[in-house]
Design a protein around this ligand. Structure first.
Ligand SMILES: Cc1cc2nc3c(=O)[nH]c(=O)nc-3n(C[C@H](O)[C@H](O)[C@H](O)COP(=O)(O)OP(=O)(O)OC[C@H]3O[C@@H](n4cnc5c(N)ncnc54)[C@H](O)[C@@H]3O)c2cc1C
Length: 427
């Protein structure tokens, strides 16, 4: 590759921003390569927190990292824009016109050249073409959608308050997203009570629909069982083996004909890559649209293209779409891309080291699994340790991006904020 290579990273999520920051500190700082990050939004959020944004139980502003500010501190360039295709022959990413929130054109469509391209555009829920879902369901795949859900949730709560009626919410998908969202919404109602009117608070009826035989299928059975019990304890109606066959403006229809009424309908099941991967110059994709890569994260079709995180798929060793995988893959590329850029050294395979997983049900309970299969959590104290573990993952991510000093300051600022502002978004 040329002496001053151009490395283009598309997507500033868990994987992309970690990579841009790390490469900025090495290749960028020494002027050995020009590193550019492109993202369709202006700020980064820790996606595993989206269900908290959707429930309004965390403040938005504190938990966003501005791409521009990060770029200026860590020697990389940032451009806002949505990549709509890739011209592999001319080594260019094609960006669509950039529009303001009101829909007026701000920037014309443009292209950005690359010598090495890293795709890290994440994933979204998969409705598997279920009739009515696209039109009648809400998704929480990004901050805009999570905020949109919160606005609707707040308005429906207000209506239920004024009419002294029940608010029905149905969530499809008993994985980590759906399960954690159900608990967080319940927590939100508990918090709203602290600030609400004199009238009796409305009843929140949350139904969690899972097609498989148990919720949290990626966790051991005892965690699924304990989480189900905890959810039922807070009156969430957990229905397993409940295959959804359609959605309309009144709720969901199950395969056995049952109708589940719901004013708010959330689809949090399945994972697929964003549709745009179909326009990536014929790169090989799996059935979920994820880009097929070699074990060293290089595309199987193009030696200049790499993919990591949720949008990638290693054929011989499929990995789950988790933040842990995304981070490790970003660290791998950050460690080995410099040698490739400097002297063409081939990248070794990326070996995933499973460090366990954690699920937290609001403030109610939490569980974790360790690599050997040991399960911890449950009950007040152990549940607390699991919930703290969940929080620590986020703090670790902040420290990685901000550096130790700013990372710790930011934790302190968040703590101060909890003393000053209401514990739920009320704006
Ligand atoms: C509610 C929820 C809870 C979760 N909880 C957990 C958990 O507890 N533990 C865990 O390990 N994982 C969890 N996950 C999964 C985890 O968030 C993902 O695995 C992780 O974020 C993947 O990182 P990524 O970098 O691949 O993609 P992302 O973090 O999704 O980042 C993708 C980025 O690409 C940008 N982008 C997308 N398309 C384009 C485009 N065409 N052009 C430009 N930019 C683009 C997006 O704006 C985004 O910034 C959760 C996910 C959700 C939704």
């Amino acid at each position: 590759m040329a002496a001053k290579s151009e490395i283009l990273i598309v997507g500033g999520g868990v994987a992309g921003l970690a990579l841009a920051t790390r490469l900025g500190k090495t290749l960028g700082r020494r002027g050995e390569a020009r590193i550019t990050l492109i993202d369709k939004s202006f700020s980064h959020v820790w996606k595993p927190m989206l269900h908290c944004f959707a429930a309004g139980t965390v403040q938005n502003e504190n938990n966003r990292i501005s791409f521009m500010s990060q770029a200026s501190q860590y020697n990389f360039d940032f451009w806002p824009g949505e990549v709509i295709s890739i011209d592999r022959q001319n080594r260019k990413a094609v960006l669509g016109p950039f529009q303001s929130a009101e829909g007026s054109a701000v920037l014309e469509g443009r292209t950005v050249h690359y010598d090495a391209l890293v795709l890290a555009i994440g994933s979204c829920a998969n409705d598997f073409g279920t009739p009515g879902v696209a039109e009648h369901c809400l998704f929480i795949d990004n901050l805009v959608e999570a905020n949109g859900f919160y606005d609707k949730f707040r308005m429906e709560l207000l209506k239920a308050y004024s009419q002294n009626s029940e608010l029905d919410i149905a969530i499809v998908g008993g994985g980590a997203t759906g399960t954690q969202l159900a608990a967080e919404l319940h927590k939100a109602l508990d918090l709203v009570r602290l600030y609400s009117f004199d009238s009796k608070p409305p009843t929140l009826k949350i139904t969690l629909l899972e097609a498989g035989p148990r919720i949290l299928p990626a966790f051991p059975e005892q965690v699924s069982e304990a989480a189900k019990k905890q959810l039922e304890h807070i009156h969430v109606d957990v229905r397993t083996s409940a295959m959804v066959s359609g959605a309309d403006e009144t709720g969901f229809t199950l395969k056995d004909g049952t109708h589940v009424p719901a004013t708010l309908r959330v689809w949090a099941a399945g994972v697929k890559a964003p549709e745009v991967t179909q326009k990536f110059g014929g790169l090989s994709l799996n059935r979920s649209g994820q880009i097929i890569v070699q074990p060293n994260l290089r595309s199987v079709d193009d030696e200049r293209i790499f993919a990591m995180g949720d949008c990638s798929f290693i054929r011989d060793e499929p990995l789950p779409p988790t933040a842990q995988v995304a981070r490790q893959q970003a660290h791998h590329l950050a460690r080995h891309l410099p040698a490739l850029i400097r002297n063409g050294t081939e990248l070794p395979s990326c070996v995933f080291r499973n460090k366990g997983a954690i699920v937290a049900l609001g403030d109610y309970n939490g569980w974790g699994t360790l690599p050997g299969g040991t399960v911890f959590g449950g009950g007040f104290l152990k549940g607390l340790s699991a919930r703290l573990g969940h929080l620590m993952l986020y703090r670790q991510h902040q420290v990685e991006l901000y550096g130790l000093y700013r990372g710790l300051l930011s934790c302190f600022a968040d703590w101060l904020d909890t003393k000053v502002r209401p514990s739920i978004r009320l704006d």
